[in-house]
Every structure is written in C-alpha cells, then in structure tokens.
Design a protein. Structure first.
Length: 618
C-alpha cells in the first residue's frame, strides 16, 4: 500500500513540478528580454522627445550662434533626476558640450555609427550601469552656411543622454520576482490541488483495494472494500467485492468437500495413506495416525520413506517391494508386507494393499498411490481374541453343562446317604465309598468353576484381581499336563495380598500362556517356579523355568506375532507371548525376560499395585 502511494505521489509531484518549472523558466526567458526591450523602447521614446527638444534648441542656438545658452541647457538637463550625464559630440566623436565638467575636448573610444543601436545599456568608468540614448542631430538646409551641404555632411553632431539604469534594473528584478512568486504560488496551488485530487480520488481507493487484496491473500475471505460512488475505481471496488464473495463461497464449498473426504477416509478402520510420484504423503486418515502414533497428521507433505521407514532416501526396490516402484512398472494393485517405524522409533509389521489412482492436476494427468495399511499385530490380536473368545465360550458351555449335573448328582447322593443312615444300613464300607464319591464330585465342581473363570469374557470396567489366587487356579487346571511332562511346579507367594486392577480372565490367560511357554521349553522335564511379591510398590509375578533357554539372536523377536522357536521342535502359533504382552501393556504393566541357553528363562511381569491406585483415588 505505502509503496504504491509513494510511487504515485512521487510521479505526480515530480512530473507536475518539472512541467511547471520548465514552463516558468521558458516564460521568464521570453518575458525578460521583451520586458527589457520595452523598457529600452520607452526610454528611447522619452529620449527622442528630449532630443527633439534639444535639436530645436540646438538649431536655434546654432542659428543664433548662442553657444553658452546651449551649454547651459545641456548642464540643466544633466541635473535632472535619473540622468547621469548629457553631452554632444561632433561627427568625429569629440565632445563639444557636456553636463559634466572636464569632458570638453575628450574623444569617445567608439564614435557614432549609423548602424549601431541608438539605445543600449553600458557601464561608465565607475562601473555604473547606464542606459545610453544616442540621437544624431542631422544637417538641415538652414545649417548649410556653417556645416556645408547636407549631402556631404549629413550630421552636425550627436546627442548622448546617459540615464541611471539601477531603477530600471530594480523594476525589472521586482517585476521578475513578483512574476516568479506568482508562478511559484500557481505551482504550489496546482501541486496541492493535484495532490488532493490524486489522494482523494485515486490513492485512497487504490489503497483500499491494495489492503483488501492483501487481506484476501492472507486468508481473510470476508474482507470487502465497500467503495461508494459511480466512477471507474468505485466500479472496480464493487467488482472486487463480488469476486471476494464468490471466492468465499467457493472456498466454503471446498472446505466442506475436503471435510467430507477426510471424514470418509477417517471412517475406514484400516490406515489409509495417499502418496504422489515424488514419494510425498498427500493424505492420511485417523487410523493411520493412531497406528504410527503421530500427532494430528504431521507427516502430510513429508516423504513416505522418511516417516514409516526412517530413511533419508527412497527404499531400494531390490530390497523391499516399494508400491511406487511397482506401480511405475505395472498399473495393477499389489499386496506387500512391510515393517513400519512409529514416531517413537518402535517398529511393527503391516500388511499393505496398494492401488494406483489417476487424477488430473494442472492440466496434466498425475498418478497417486493409495495404500490401505493393516497392523498385523492388531489383526493377529483381534483374530486370536476372537478365537479365544470362541474357545472360552465353548469351555464355559462345557463346564456349565458338567457343573450343573455334578451339583444335582451331589444333592441326590446326599439324599441317598441320609436315607441309608435312617435305615441303619450305613456300614463302614458304604461310608468310605460315599466319602470317595463326594470328594471326587467336589473336585470336579471346583475344576469346572476354575474353567468358568478362565473362559469368562473380560469386564468392561476394571475389577480387583487377586493375582495369587488367579495363578493358583490356572496352574491347578494344567497340573495333569505337568505331571505327564515330568515337570514340577513350585508356587511361592508373599503373605501380603497381591492385587491389581485388571480383568480376572485376562490375568489368568497371561498366567496360562507363560506357564505353557515354560512347559514347551522343558520337553524332558524340569522345574517351573512361580512367585508373586510386591517390589517398589509394584506387583511382580515371576515365571522361572529350567528349560533350554532362548538364543540371544532370537531374544529381540520373541514378542513379535507369529515368531515361534520351541525347544520341543513343535511349530507353534507364535501368538502366546504377543497376546500376553498386549494384555499387560493395556493395564500399564511390563514383561521382562532374561534367558541363558541350557540353563533356563525368567519372565517377570510387573503391574501397578491396586492398593496404591485405590489410595490415590481417595
């Protein structure tokens, strides 16, 4: 805005001033000589009148031979105001009469020539500027007796009148100064009037348009100039307001369409990422951000290999199946498995379905790559949870079907026992049989009760779980398996209560997975020691076995889905430890492992102590 105003002001002021100054100078250059010529002419006319008078007087004095009278007349004339000197020379330039003493007999350096100007400015011996009027006294027939015929001597003498030029110069300077002042005033008035006109009718509207354009460029689509009037700039302002209104409406439509598109891709449960041919990420959805633990789509505009592969250049196509590279060779959808990096530099396995999408942008066709990214860890977790849920539901149904008949059988047996007692037929042998049956029924009821707890669905709200009881019940279910594998189970719990806020069935599932994992590590038998304690206000569960141990190179991958290296050479699912870690992390805990080949492994589960959390809520 300012630079536009300054530019127009500067151009207007410089142009107007230059034009007026040049016009004034030209006018002065033309006016001063004319004015000076007019002054000289006026003085010449006055001098001519005086000269005519002098000529008449001279002729009379010459005819009467009254030379003293003529000299007196010259002196009187030289005493007049504004006249410096009056003198008369003969045709040869010798002074014969003068108003100044001592001039008689002097000869002029430049005698009179008929071709010279009769009135002009000169400087005397004192450097005083004079206006000299030169008038010849022509020979007449009456003067023939003394001066001869006019044809031979046309001039009897030359009359010189020197006027003081300073008043004339002063008048010229004063008039010139007044003229310049008037011209300057006209210039100033023109500048002020022109500036006011330019500022009011051009600069102000232009500034309004400039400010509104800058606001519009900065994103303020509601800015308007609202100019009043019917001139060209006012009509331009109205057109600008209409353009801004239409632009605002279009931007609102674009925002709505963009919001709809973003909401559409955010509704997709799998991660969605769109990449251009330069490996730049164009669009992502909410699920993608959650998968990679990103904050508010920060990776849009970044490179795909920098965000998910932690590289500073594109992935080598010889080492990894790059969807962009594959699409450049064949425009068909592909499915690949990659390892992605999260924002915290942790890694996870993903399955990517990639397909090309052709759009038209900037008048040219452009191919984008649409990736649908599925977190394999979550997919495995959901699949396994569904499988476990079905198994749990089946186990619960079986346990329920067994539990109820056993309870009915116990009631019937108790009634039979009472009937026999009443009839006094209750012998010691019968008594022992009844006690054996009763114990076995109680054992079956207890086992089905534990199985019901193990297969129960997780509660939506956290519950208070007795860790020692949950582990003990779980171990009781698989002791038969330990006996068959020649494995000894030792349990060690501190006297204090070990309680956590979690799901009882999921804690039992973790205990079952870690126990079976230890069984697989001891195919030839061994000892599994399970202990529970409170360490630094945390509930700690330790599963220590004397099995084959884990090789150092396999240790970093044991919690990855589908990773399985069992010591009994049986191919497992590779999901037990992965699911156990997901359950423990969900409740704010950790699982640590230490292992030594041929000596055994120790898995340590740490969970927040429910006692501290309950006290913190009070």
């Amino acid at each position: 805005m300012n630079w536009i105003s300054d530019s127009l002001n500067r151009k207007f002021i410089l142009g107007t001033t230059s034009g007026l100054v040049i016009s004034t100078l030209v006018f002065l250059l033309l006016y001063i000589p004319i004015y000076q010529s007019e002054l000289e002419g006026a003085r010449a006319d006055t001098a001519n009148q005086v000269n005519k008078l002098l000529q008449v007087s001279l002729e009379n004095a010459m005819l009467k031979r009254d030379l003293p009278g003529l000299s007196e007349m010259v002196k009187k004339l030289g005493e007049q105001e504004g006249i410096v000197r009056v003198f008369i020379t003969n045709p040869a330039g010798e002074i014969r009469f003068s108003s100044r003493e001592g001039d008689f007999g002097k000869k002029l350096e430049s005698p009179y020539l008929a071709s010279l100007q009769t009135t002009h400015f000169i400087q005397n011996e004192s450097q005083q500027e004079l206006l000299r009027s030169i008038n010849p006294v022509h020979n007449k027939p009456a003067c023939k007796e003394c001066h001869g015929p006019a044809e031979q001597n046309p001039i009897n003498g030359i009359l010189y009148v020197d006027y003081d030029a300073s008043p004339i110069r002063h008048k010229v300077s004063t008039t010139t100064l007044m003229l310049m002042s008037a011209g300057s005033l006209i210039v100033i008035l023109n500048l002020v009037g022109g500036w006011w006109f330019i500022h009011s009718h051009i600069l102000r509207p232009v500034n309004q348009l400039t400010n509104a354009s800058q606001e519009l460029t900065g994103g303020n689509l509601q800015t308007r100039v609202d100019m009043q009037g019917s001139d060209e700039l006012s009509r331009l302002g109205s057109t600008f307001d209409l353009m801004a209104e239409r632009l605002h409406e279009k931007m609102l439509e674009l925002e709505e369409q963009r919001g709809f598109l973003q909401a559409l891709v955010d509704a997709i449960p799998d991660g969605i990422r769109i990449i251009d041919e330069n490996f730049k990420v164009v669009l992502v959805n909410k699920a993608y951000c959650e998968q990679h633990r990103l904050e508010d789509r920060l990776e849009v505009g970044a490179t795909c290999y920098g965000v998910t592969h932690n590289c500073n250049k594109p992935c080598p196509p010889t080492l990894i199946n790059c969807p962009i590279h594959e699409m450049s060779l064949s425009k068909t959808p592909i499915k690949v498995v990659h390892q992605h990096h999260r924002l915290d530099l942790t890694t996870f396995e993903v399955e990517i379905f990639a397909a090309p999408m052709t759009i038209r942008q900037g008048g040219k066709e452009k191919t984008l790559i649409v990736e649908s990214i599925r977190d394999l860890e979550k997919a495995v977790k959901y699949s396994q949870e569904q499988k476990l849920s079905e198994l749990g539901r089946l186990a619960t149904g079986v346990a329920h079907e067994i539990h109820n008949p056993l309870a009915s059988l116990k009631l019937a047996m108790d009634a039979t026992k009472n009937e026999i007692v009443v009839r006094n037929n209750f012998t010691d042998n019968i008594k022992q049989n009844f006690e054996l049956i009763d114990d076995q029924i109680n054992t079956c009821i207890e086992i089905t009760g534990k199985l019901l707890k193990l297969g129960a669905l997780p509660q939506e709200n956290l519950e208070l779980v007795d860790v020692a009881a949950a582990i003990n019940d779980t171990l009781a279910l698989i002791r038969w398996q330990a006996d068959e594998a020649n494995i000894t189970i030792e349990e060690k719990y501190e006297n204090e209560t070990l309680r956590v806020l979690a799901s009882d069935s999921e804690i039992r599932m973790v205990a079952l997975n870690l126990t079976q994992n230890a069984f697989h590590a001891m195919p030839s038998g061994g000892i599994l020691t399970v202990s529970g304690s409170v360490v630094e206000d945390k509930v700690q569960m330790v599963f220590s076995d004397t099995g084959a141990g884990i090789r150092p190179k396999d240790l970093p991958y044991i919690f990855d889905p589908f990773f399985s290296r069992r010591a009994d050479d049986v191919r497992g699912t590779g999901l037990g430890l992965s699911i156990s870690l997901a359950i423990i992390e969900k409740y704010g805990g950790t699982i640590n492992v230490t292992s030594e080949v041929s000596i055994g492994s120790v898995f340590t589960v740490v969970l927040p102590n429910a006692q501290n959390e309950l006290e913190g809520d009070r």
